[in-house]
Design a binder for this molecule. Structure first.
Ligand code: B12
Length: 253
């Protein structure tokens, strides 16, 4: 079993020691970080410490060193955010600090996005993506969009705080048949179901498949609200979208 001392980066070791109190979370983070390269640990430390300039430069340097964009995203940026999330939940840090971390994460994502989006192939399908009404979290949604674009999908990004009507208007305007909804708050999760209901009311439910995701969303919740699919992360988001395209093709055959 990995130990705290196996993590090379001193700042990360201190962060885990000082702020991660739950044994399951501590064990998970030690196991995760002990497998991550020192270069990616430094990047994660930059996200945790809200150092946007360091994350900007570190991401660029890692790409120049030949580290895969996906690995930088998982081992550097998302791994850093995992510690930020726990510190925020436990009230060790507050909204201004989290915004600095989000800014640092975005400084890294800016270099990753063009690589993950540069597939150069004909669009395999059109997807409308948005964070639901009342919810301003967009980091996870943006990661999903990057991955979808990188896999050849055309994605129309409705941003955050997206009302059911905005989703309906976008589907009609762009003639899209897949809608992806993201929610990070337990209070906004029901707005996913409300959006699906609005599609039923507008007589459009049969034309569209819905995929949903976001940290508090579960496969059971997705099923309860009658979504067509749930994805746990950005890679699964792409898998789900591809499966939906195959289902449409099978339905038309
Ligand atoms: C960053 C952050 C913020 C930032 C958001 C910045 C931004 N531009 O997004 C700021 C500071 C603005 C913020 C504000 C608030 N936040 Co906040 N925030 C977070 C934090 C720390 C990280 C979220 C994040 O970006 N995670 C990283 C990404 C990569 O993960 P992800 O979003 O889950 O996305 C992945 C998957 O879920 C999936 N996925 C996501 N969307 C989709 C969609 C589809 C279709 C699919 C298939 C997959 C998929 O793929 C993604 C990539 O792998 C979380 C803690 C946490 N652990 O989640 C709290 C958290 C979500 N926030 C929380 C709260 C309470 C708030 C505030 C209410 C705080 C306040 N008092 O004002 C406000 C709400 C503002 C609003 N109306 O939305 C709570 C929610 C608690 C709850 N039970 O609802 C959390 C859980 C923190 C906590 N207390 O534990 N927050």
């Amino acid at each position: 079993m990995a130990k705290l001392a196996d993590i090379e980066n001193e700042f990360i070791r201190q962060e885990i020691e000082e702020y991660i109190e739950r044994p399951d979370e501590r064990g998970h983070l030690i196991a995760l970080y002990s497998k991550i390269s020192p270069e990616m640990q430094t990047l994660a430390a930059g996200v945790i410490d809200g150092q946007h300039e360091a994350v900007d430069a570190g991401t660029q340097a890692a790409l120049e060193d030949g580290v895969e964009a996906l690995q930088i995203m998982d081992d550097g940026l998302i791994a850093g955010m995992a510690i930020v999330g726990i510190k925020f939940r436990e009230n060790f840090i507050f909204v201004p600090e989290v915004l600095s971390c989000a800014r640092a994460m975005k400084a890294g994502m800016k270099h990753i996005e063009p690589i993950l989006s540069a597939s150069g192939i004909e669009p395999v399908g059109k997807i409308i993506m948005g964070t639901v009404k009342g919810d301003m979290h967009d980091i996870g949604k943006n990661l999903c969009i990057m991955m979808l674009r990188g896999s050849g999908f055309e994605v129309i990004d409705l941003g955050v705080d997206t009302s059911p009507d905005d989703f309906i208007d976008a589907v009609e305007e762009h003639q899209a048949n897949i809608v992806g909804m993201s929610a990070l708050l337990t209070t906004t999760m029901p707005n996913m179901g409300r959006t699906i209901e609005a599609f039923i009311d507008a007589d459009l439910r049969d034309d569209v498949k819905f995929m949903v995701g976001g940290a508090p969303v579960t496969p059971e919740f997705a099923e309860d609200m009658d979504a067509d699919s749930y994805g746990d992360n950005a890679v699964e988001c792409v898998e789900v979208a591809k499966r939906m395209i195959e289902e449409f093709e099978a339905e038309q055959a």
